[in-house]
Design a protein around this ligand. Structure first.
Ligand SMILES: *Cc1c(COP(=O)(O)O)cnc(C)c1O
Length: 380
């Protein structure tokens, strides 16, 4: 077992972020279009869904080897023309991020650890042979987009403006090679809670049949291909009556890895907490690493380690494991109420540690709990 120590991503993420005033206005707007009436926007804001409605603008930039990143603009939200032979459509050269803008009680708007997302986007780009967008250009796109579309940041508890930055190879040609050009876009979606039933336990199917990632593969990169691979397992799990899928390591099929888009934690009866170690096949979540820090701050024993699934089931049955939860930006923290697998099922209660982690993290994000690590970044 290893005690958590800062990862490369964590190191990059703790570099001081340039202020919003320093990075603003790199993404020029020719005209600010307001395609919606105030009444239509109000309708969206009164009926918040997740990732279904989008704000008026999107940030955009283009890359070629000759020019580097250029043409940084805020454009009206809308369709993107692509050559039918564009790399991304055939060979899936694409990476993305997900983060939220939160409104505090005084009306100010904040991001949670945007430098972590900047560093992870760059790391994903390296793995997918895409050009890296400099952290300051990444931050600037978020600041400019949020400031322009600030009316889309919800005022209600649990609401946020979900930001989806992504980069893809848009170069034309069917030759299998890194695209000669790339496009960066960031879109923004005013959102309510990710799971419709809120902080309710989810049921998980632990698949022995499918894997999410393999050694040397792309499991540690935030790229669409990993999600494409998860859609069939997810559909089959839902047919069995489970909401989400948890994957085991592909080398031995023995150890817990993560869900299709969320990391997992296990709480033991003695109060210690475990999460699967970052073996290269797990996506390093910012929520995961923040939770590790928060629990350590409280003096809790937190282990990043191998979690054997058979042993886990035995420990749940014996009462040695008392809670499990999944975490990620979109859903924050979600209690795991049930684990199903070929030949059995175990249930877990909704526990105190899970609720406490949820309250603390959302408390920091919405400005109700002291931000001791300087994680919050003021946009306006
Ligand atoms: C994005 C993602 C997570 C969660 O990362 P956060 O930074 O916490 O949002 C976990 N697993 C996978 C596979 C992901 O794509």
């Amino acid at each position: 077992m290893t005690a958590p120590r800062p990862t490369t991503l964590e190191d990059a993420a703790t570099r001081p972020a340039p202020t919003a005033e320093t990075v603003q206005r790199r993404y020029a707007t020719d005209e600010t279009s307001r395609p919606r009436s105030a009444a239509d926007r109000e309708h969206i804001m009164q009926n918040l869904r997740f990732g279904a409605d989008f704000s008026d603008h999107m940030a955009s930039a283009r890359w070629t080897a000759d020019t580097g990143w250029s043409e940084m603009r805020l454009l009206p939200y809308g369709p993107v023309p692509l050559d039918p032979s564009a790399n991304v459509l055939h060979y899936a050269q694409e990476v993305f991020e997900g983060l939220k803008a939160y409104r505090h009680a005084d009306g100010s708007i904040w991001l949670f650890r945007p430098m972590f997302n900047a560093a992870r986007l760059a790391a994903s780009c390296r793995r997918m042979a895409l050009p890296e967008l400099p952290a300051e250009d990444f931050l600037s796109s978020l600041v400019d987009l949020i400031r322009t579309d600030h009316e889309y940041v919800p005022h209600v508890e649990g609401g946020s403006l979900y930001l989806r930055p992504f980069i893809f190879g848009d170069g034309a040609g069917l030759g299998v090679k890194p695209s000669a050009s790339a496009r960066y876009l960031c879109i923004a979606s005013p959102s309510g809670p990710y799971f419709k039933n809120g902080f309710a336990p989810v049921s998980i199917w632990v698949t022995q049949q499918y894997h999410r990632a393999g050694p040397g593969g792309i499991g540690a990169a935030k790229t669409g291909g990993n999600y494409a691979a998860s859609l069939l397992p997810q559909k089959e799990a839902q047919q069995k009556g489970y909401e989400q899928v948890c994957y085991l390591d592909s080398a031995q099929g023995a150890n817990l890895e993560e869900l299709g888009g969320m990391n997992v934690f296990v709480v033991r009866r003695d109060g210690s907490v475990q999460t699967p170690a970052l073996t290269g096949t797990i996506l390093e979540g910012g929520t995961r690493s923040s939770i590790v820090r928060l629990l350590q701050d409280e003096g809790r024993d937190v282990q990043e380690t191998a979690i054997n699934f058979e042993q886990l089931v035995a420990d749940i049955r014996a009462g040695e494991v008392t809670e499990m939860f999944a975490c990620g930006t979109a859903a924050v923290v979600t209690p795991i109420g049930k684990l199903g697998y070929e030949g059995g099922e175990v249930e877990l209660p909704k526990g105190e540690v899970t609720s406490h982690v949820y309250d603390t993290l959302t408390g920091i994000q919405y400005g109700r709990v002291e931000d001791r690590h300087g994680w919050m970044y003021r946009v306006m």
